[in-house]
Write a protein that binds this ligand. Structure first.
Ligand SMILES: [Fe+2]
Length: 321
């Protein structure tokens, strides 16, 4: 069954073969109970599904993440969504490029195509509903008028609950070659890059400034998963709700230059991060974004505290032994 209701309503760049969405990611973690506590506290809807945990957001039917138990934290695969009529084209496209196809990992249902990226990380292209937004996501920054109290007491602070998975940032051993791979094979487009250390890619059919970020390391891994929230207050309250539960390590609040989002990264129990993100730049399906390369010092963040010294340490390749 590959028919997806509502697909035809999604925005689409005509005549272009490219994935439309980051569908979900999967990683192993050494302790699923710890993971459940962390992502519950973060404001996600975490469900037990057989031997997996699945990550959902409130009021959204999509599954954004699949976690399984393993002896260490490890990014297992990244799945991208494609339009149904593009899947046969992708099948031909992979064949024409002599990209070796893989079976789906045991225990994972798939209607799609599996292969490895240049770092050996499994990638899936599956038929799925377009979950990257068709419009810039709503951002609110309410301001009270005169003679009106602008905020609420602390005890009444709402829980931040992300609306959707915004992007993942993955490590790669060669950023320019990874950009070339994701462009040629998946039809993603470069949004911006910085000196071979990091690159950001968007979908041709309309998406945020990046659905995937690529960061230089000595091998694959997950740097962070990023979750869209509706405003600066949601970012700040999210960081506070995590600190109140003992998750007080991370980086933020600040504002990135590339993508322009407000951020706060919360360090998870395995050294990677979950990011609260608000007001990311948006690239519509009918816009050719002018990508450029930026100096690191001028583009990492516009304002915010200094990042932790080990912010871009790949704990997955650390643990290889
Ligand atoms: Fe991010």
């Amino acid at each position: 069954m590959t028919g997806i209701r509502g697909l035809s309503a999604a925005r689409r760049r005509p005549g272009v073969l490219g994935v439309h969405s980051l569908d979900h990611f999967s990683m192993s973690v050494p302790d699923l109970e710890k993971a459940k506590n962390f992502y519950d506290a973060f404001g996600l809807d975490v469900r037990r599904n057989g031997c997996h945990l699945t990550l959902h957001t409130n009021d959204h039917p999509h599954c954004w993440g699949v976690l399984s138990e393993g002896h260490r934290k490890k990014l297992l695969y990244v799945s991208f969504g494609a339009f149904e009529d593009d899947l046969p084209r992708f099948r031909e496209h992979l064949g024409a490029m002599n990209i070796e196809r893989l079976p789906a990992p045991p225990g994972f249902e798939s209607n799609g195509l599996w292969f490895r990226n240049l770092d050996g990380l499994p990638i899936e292209i599956r038929v799925a509903e377009k979950v990257s937004p068709d419009f810039k996501s709503r951002f609110t920054a309410p301001s009270a008028g005169p003679a009106v109290r602008g905020t609420i007491s602390r005890s009444k602070a709402p829980t931040t609950r992300p609306r959707r998975l915004a992007h993942v940032a993955t490590y790669t051993s060669d950023v320019p070659r990874a950009v070339e791979f994701y462009t040629r094979v998946l039809g993603l487009r470069l949004s911006d890059s910085s000196e071979g250390n990091v690159a950001f890619m968007h979908g041709a059919h309309g998406s945020d400034h990046h659905m995937i970020a690529l960061a230089r390391s000595d091998g694959p891994g997950l740097h962070h998963c990023s979750w869209d929230v509706g405003g600066i207050q949601d970012v700040g309250l999210g960081a506070m709700q995590m600190a109140n539960k003992g998750y007080d390590q991370g980086w933020g609040m600040g504002r990135h230059v590339l993508g322009s989002n407000y951020f706060h990264y919360i360090r998870d129990p395995w050294g990677s991060y979950s990011e609260y993100s608000a007001d990311m730049d948006y690239i519509p399906a009918d816009v050719d974004w002018a990508a450029s390369d930026h100096h690191g010092n001028d583009s990492f963040y516009l304002w915010g505290p200094s990042p932790p010294a080990d912010f871009v340490r790949n704990f997955e390749t650390d643990n290889q032994a």
